[in-house]
Design a protein around this ligand. Structure first.
Ligand code: ADP
Length: 397
């Protein structure tokens, strides 16, 4: 049995989890918040309970140190850091360089650096996590699992924008897609649940969380996805606008908004928050709509409408759809939203069973009616487990 440490390092936060492989058993996980300040906080959960630490965490090095302390404390997750057999890192942007998970070496580090201009908030934080882990755990092989890799199978028809090719060739402007680890994981699970050979299965995977994206999968490969050059494109999200007419940006510039203000409108003040005026959390918006808040109700309709549009579009571009998968916090738990979306897809062969939908909370479970030409499936995502599976496979496989 090997203990694999999974690290997802953000600019001011760090998530970690330890998996025992090949048993796929989580030994515990933790979240460190407010890295870079004097009020750092770590919460660690194991099957035995929850532990919390408050510490001054000036940088990621200090955060990693605290993580190792919590992991190996009495009643923690591991006896010693020597028990960690390998580390798997979530890395956001592999650009066009990587289409699969890899062991981290100098070339991989350089690729993460080279792709930083494409993911200026995420790649530097991921790289910091890798460097600190290499220093603190020199005995461990480390793997990079990319958010973009699964979508490297998109054809030019799906990844090129209708722009002068020069912009692709000079500035690398194309659709990359994100959430790849989640889409890959739930498609694998869906194939297993439906007893389909993964390499032959066609799916439409809807990852609906705070960030949200839809991916079309043909014969086990991603062939289209709603997030694009950045994770802003596509669906209406918690605070992100998703698709819009690009001329709106120029118009807002003419109206005197600064680049920062426009960025905030698109990424932080838009989406369900901006539309509903209530919250970015679907539970709050659902409650407000039920109490008669018209903006909240409209926001929910915009959300579902956009998703149906993508499901319809992807169905048209696939030869056959075996199943539509719902995952992410909303896809797994928001029963009324699943009904709002899937209750109106009969015209393309997707027939929801409202009673089954109500029975399946976080899943996995089938929510389509008996005889529906296309199956509707709820599958809980687990990106950390997919990272553990990849790391185990490439390090010990
Ligand atoms: P992240 O993208 O941050 O990982 P999650 O996948 O956890 O996000 O999804 C967060 C979203 O899931 C929130 O909008 C939240 O309202 C929604 N959500 C979580 N649980 C429920 C629930 N029981 N009912 C409705 N929505 C839920």
């Amino acid at each position: 049995m090997k203990s694999i440490l999974i690290i997802n390092c953000g600019s001011s936060s760090l998530k970690y989890e330890v998996y025992e492989m090949p048993d796929r058993r989580s030994l515990g996980k933790g979240l460190i918040e407010r890295i870079g300040g004097s009020d750092g906080h770590l919460t660690q959960k194991t099957p035995e309970g929850k532990t919390e630490y408050d510490e001054n965490l000036p940088d990621h090095k200090a955060a990693m140190g605290l993580m190792l302390k919590a992991l190996t404390a009495p009643g923690g997750i591991l006896k010693s850091v020597e028990d960690i057999a390998a580390v798997g890192h979530r890395v956001v942007h592999g650009g066009e360089d990587y289409s699969a998970s890899v062991i981290i070496d100098g070339k991989v580090i350089k690729a993460i650096e080279d792709n930083t201009e494409l993911a200026p908030l995420h790649n530097p934080a991921n790289l910091t996590g890798i460097r600190e882990a290499q220093t603190l755990l020199p005995h461990c092989p480390q793997a990079a699992v990319w958010d973009t890799a699964f979508h490297q199978t998109l054809s030019p028809a799906a990844y090129l924008y209708g722009l002068d090719r020069r912009l692709y060739e000079e500035y690398r402007i194309r659709r990359y897609g994100f959430h790849g680890t989640s889409h890959r994981y739930v498609c694998g699970e869906a194939a297993r649940i439906l007893n389909l050979p993964p390499q032959e299965a066609n799916f439409i995977s809807c990852h609906l969380g705070n960030g949200a994206s839809i991916t079309a999968v043909a014969a086990g490969k991603s062939v289209d996805t709603s997030m694009g050059f950045t994770p802003l494109e596509g669906l209406v999200m918690g605070t992100r606008s998703g698709d819009l007419d690009p001329a709106i940006l120029l118009y807002l510039l003419d109206k005197g908004l600064s680049k920062t203000e426009i960025n905030n409108e698109l990424n932080k003040k838009g989406g369900m928050l901006g539309l509903s005026g209530v919250s970015n959390d679907m539970r709050d918006i659902g409650r407000a709509a039920a109490e008669g808040n018209r903006r909240a109700e409209e926001a929910l309709e915009v959300y579902a409408h956009r998703i149906r549009k993508y499901i319809g579009g992807y169905t048209a571009n696939l030869d056959r759809v075996d199943a539509v998968i719902f995952t992410g916090g909303i896809g797994e738990n928001d029963i009324p939203m699943r009904e709002r979306i899937a209750g109106r897809l009969k015209s393309i062969g997707i027939v929801l069973d409202p009673a089954r939908n109500k029975e399946v909370r976080s899943g996995p479970g089938i929510i389509s009616a008996q005889g529906s030409p296309i199956t509707l499936l709820v599958v809980p995502t687990n990106e950390e487990l997919q990272i553990a599976l990849d790391t185990y496979e490439i390090v010990f496989g």
